[in-house]
Ligand binder design. Structure first.
Ligand SMILES: O=C(O)CCC(=O)C(=O)O
Length: 304
């Protein structure tokens, strides 16, 4: 659906101004969408996973661990596929957040993936400027990600920053000059952008940001050791079909969670960079940007 067609439909959650803001800036923030009680319920489950991680010493199928992780001081970078790990995360992904997605992609919404990112001030938790769609190309650019803040989040916690309007600009190459996947823009391309115009969304727990899959975004390192849990859930219009292997396949991927399945694919003519072939596995953006083994960083474009 075009933005005009989406905007002509009645909204479920967002104001018309918020929807228009999303289409012109490539992102929108909504303060305190989720109640304190609901955040506390989610935090209790998050805490259970942090406890579980104490018995893990290496990154695996559930936890992506930072280098300083130990039983005494758990340092999870990411809980992978939270919606698959606990029913509450699926409930969250398919609740009001799915209505927000419908306000921005149209009434027919499919689920793409979820992840729970942390920042512990371990010195490695910066997320470099990147665009998401090169990780999972689709036939159009409706995919979007909703970040739900599970604690009050300020710049010093590593709040995510967005470059307004960047979703209408260039899609950048996220391989380096050696053809290795780096999962972020290279320094030359970053120089072309006005990163000083980035808007870092600082907001209380329960607030959300929504960003389009083409929007350039990133986050600074945290200077506080309190974890900064950020639950990210990604959706697309049902008429957007992926054409490369999903980086984190789950039984719920592609599930229609609002409206109905599409009978016709919508194709956007703008080209998209193809990522490495994730069918052999994927770890996380943190691992890719750090060039860690198993992140796809060793793959070249030719091999896929
Ligand atoms: O966790 C963050 O600060 C941002 C994560 C992000 O942009 C991503 O995973 O695509």
């Amino acid at each position: 659906m075009t933005p005009e067609a989406v905007l002509s439909r009645p909204a479920r959650v967002l104001t018309q101004e918020q929807r228009e803001g999303y289409f012109s800036n490539g992102y929108v923030a909504v303060e305190s969408l989720i109640s304190a009680g609901e955040v506390a319920r989610i935090r209790a489950v998050v805490d259970e996973f942090i406890e579980k991680s104490r018995s893990e010493s290496r990154s695996g199928d559930v936890f992506d661990l930072a280098s300083g992780h130990s039983a005494e001081a758990p340092r999870i970078r990411r809980l992978r596929r939270p919606h698959e790990q606990h029913a509450l995360f699926w409930e969250v992904a398919t609740g009001v957040l799915a209505d927000v997605a419908a306000d921005l992609v149209g009434p027919d919404v499919v689920f793409h993936h979820s992840k729970l990112n942390f920042k512990w001030n371990d010195g490695h938790d910066q997320v470099d400027w990147h665009q998401d769609i090169q990780f999972y190309p689709h036939t159009n650019y409706s995919p979007l990600t909703i970040g739900l803040m599970l604690q009050d989040t300020a710049f010093d916690d590593g709040a995510v920053g967005f470059l307004p309007g960047s979703h209408t600009g260039e899609l950048f190459d996220q391989y380096n000059d050696e053809g290795q996947w780096i999962g972020c823009l290279n320094a030359r391309d970053v120089e072309k952008l006005d990163v000083r115009s980035a808007v870092y969304v600082e907001a209380p727990a329960g607030s959300i940001t929504v960003h389009n899959c083409r929007t350039v975004h990133g986050s600074p390192p945290s200077t506080r050791a309190d974890g900064r849990p950020l639950l990210l859930s990604a959706y697309a219009s049902a008429d957007a079909f992926p054409y490369t292997p999903h980086p984190e396949p789950t039984p719920q991927m592609g599930q229609v969670i609002r409206g109905k399945p599409a009978r016709w694919a919508h194709h956007d003519p703008r080209p998209c960079l193809i990522p490495p072939d994730w069918s052999g596995g994927y770890t996380s953006i943190f691992a890719a940007q750090a060039g860690e083994e198993g992140s796809g960083a060793a793959s070249d474009t030719g091999a896929g």
